[in-house]
Design a protein around this ligand. Structure first.
Ligand code: KG4
Ligand code: ZN
Length: 338
């Protein structure tokens, strides 16, 4: 039984096919990064139009060259959260194809997709576990007791950490998406040149905050008449240290409290190597295992959507009504699904 996964919630047009016996057997991602780079962020209308133009050719050339269309027995697509227009392109494609093939569809929550991404290709998942979900839209610490059992311990009160990386990158005149650019630039930075605050680190909460940190970077830049490349690298390093430490402080606290023996980190920011090493150190302190998705499955992809749709297949249906929701918090996960 093959499950086709479709992801169009933001600026990646992604398709993948999951086979429960073999794992991911076909996968394609078309990134719109170049289209949006000059605007310093994703332009929703351009994203929808581009998904519309790319999705069918991507399916024909990169998926149907590997599998037989009639072997697809379920279609899983991202129904939210994300950009409304962009999500509707994925849904229309999913439902049109499902109707033609006379098979069910399932609308998958993008965040649940990120939560499941680290387990792709793994045999048995050891619940309960603690997950740090860090992306362009979310920063959350979640106590996971099983599939669908997500207890959110803390989240960002303002910007998501990935969003902060993107905004600071813009201040430094770096390309979008900012995370990888800041990580690269920070390698040339001199430690200790700047010290930014570690937001909410001394507060008795698992919540996080990143907008003040971004403002501190802005003030540091305003103090310099013309920042040199070295100045920018020093700022990138200090920002990355504070942002990752702000996450690490809360994860350490949550690991001590919950005593979980598996720590998982997922989402686009999970690609950051400084964050990874801090989390590895925390897992050692807690005598816990640690798991990250493969690098290509940290950022948005359809493999995680196909896999999550397969896990949730009991909720699939052939009613083909629209399930798209630009806002779909994890805590309301049970509300829609088909
Ligand atoms: O999960 P994702 O692809 O999309 C959302 O669901 O938001 O995450 C994208 C975010 C962007 O904000 C990007 O700057 C960030 O992940 N990111 C990184 C790195 N790679 C991607 N942040 C820090 N370091 C990285 N290496
Ligand atoms: Zn995402």
């Amino acid at each position: 039984m093959l499950t086709l996964g479709i992801e169009t919630s933001c600026d990646e047009t992604a398709l993948a096919v999951y086979d429960p016996n073999k794992g991911i057997v076909a996968e394609a991602v078309y990134s719109q990064i170049d289209l949006h780079a000059i605007y310093g962020g994703v332009v929703p209308e351009l994203a929808s139009r581009d998904h519309c133009q790319k999705i069918l050719p991507l399916f024909e050339s990169n998926i149907l060259n590997t599998i037989n269309i009639n072997d697809i027995k379920l279609i899983a697509y991202t129904a939210g959260p994300g950009l409304g227009g962009a999500l509707l392109i994925g849904e229309s494609f999913a439902q049109g194809l499902a109707a033609a093939l006379n098979i069910p569809v399932i609308g998958v929550n993008h965040l649940e997709g990120h939560l499941q991404a680290p387990f792709l290709g793994k045999n048995k998942v050891q619940f309960p576990l603690l997950t740090l979900l860090v992306s362009g839209g979310h920063s959350m610490i979640i106590d996971v007791e099983g599939i669908g059992k997500y207890n959110i311990l803390g989240e960002s009160r303002d910007d998501a950490v990935g969003e902060a990386f993107d905004k600071v990158a813009k201040l430094l005149n770096l390309r979008y998406p900012g995370g990888p650019e800041i990580e690269k630039l920070a390698k040339n930075g001199i430690k200790g040149t700047h010290k930014f605050p570690i937001p909410l680190s001394d507060k008795d909460t698992y919540d996080m905050s990143f907008s003040g940190l971004k403002t501190s970077v802005l003030y540091a830049l305003q103090d310099m008449s013309e920042p040199t490349d070295q100045d920018k690298a020093d700022i990138a390093l200090a920002f990355q240290d504070s942002a990752t430490e702000a996450l690490a402080v809360k994860v350490r606290k949550a690991m001590i409290k919950t005593k979980r023996k598996l720590l998982v980190c997922t989402g686009g920011v999970a690609a950051n190597t400084v964050l990874r090493s801090k989390l590895i150190a925390i897992s050692k302190e807690a005598e816990a295992d640690i798991l990250f998705p493969e690098l290509k499955h940290c950022t948005d992809n359809a493999a995680m959507i196909a896999y999550t749709g397969y896990l949730r297949r009991d909720l699939a249906s052939q009613s083909y009504k629209s399930l798209v929701r630009s806002r779909w918090p994890l805590k309301m996960l049970t509300e829609i699904h088909g």
